[in-house]
Design a protein around this ligand. Sequence first.
Ligand SMILES: [Zn+2]
Length: 285
Amino acid sequence: MLVRTAERPPATDAVHFPWLRWRSVSLGLRDIGSSREDLCLSADESGGSDTVFPLGEPDLYLTFAAISTPQDALAFARQHGLLGEFERGRFATLGVIEPAGIWLTHAALVARVVQVWERLQLPPAARRASLRECIHWQAADYVVARFQGNITIPIAWQGENARWLKRWKPGDLEGPARLFIADEVTRRLYRRATVQILPRDFGDTLQQVLTPADLLAGIWTQVAQLVTGVRQARRCEACGQLFDVTGSRSHKRIHDSCSLRLRMARYRAKKKVEARSNGTKTRKR
Ligand SMILES: [Zn+2]
């Protein structure tokens, strides 16, 4: 069992989860014990590190889900630190090195869960049409989720989750979609997060919180919060990207940065119109 958080001084909550960010992280080919060299993120420990609180960023799981190249991974690692994968399993002996492939795999896993979650948020008619693109009954006793890149993930069949097959109406899409999400998130948090009982807001009551053992688990903790309704996200009406709106006013429909960009654009347009009308007046004189 490698969850370290229980050995640490108690955090006030998951948001204040401290993490080491190496100051010098680079991308390069490294021998990680396979027959060939792999593209890896590695930290130069002599460069030093800072303590950061990456989970204070409500959009962290969405930024992570958008990683699609090793360069994206590098940018994320430089801002928030490495995932923590090096501390366990087969990379434990390698020091502060993480194969870029692991980053891309995990980013894709998060993206898939968020994608299915978003399909479930649609109004009923659109929801069904959208889920049909991803949840498939291959047979009366075999349901899978399918994703871009020819990826098929079994959800329920006689060997696993068979009792669910009896609960769902044949052809049901929402039940399998929810089970897919539940299964993925549970699997990713297994042995990576622990429950902590902490005073709520330094007050008189105790609360139960999920505390991650590493940054990757922290990202999945945010995903767990999203799918259980603790966290909310929606598409920005300006740029179309998903953004986290947990705790913000319910009418917030665009990013703060997009709102600023739009205001600046309107301001510039107004100035242009003013300049033009001033110019017209000058010519008339
Ligand atoms: Zn936006």
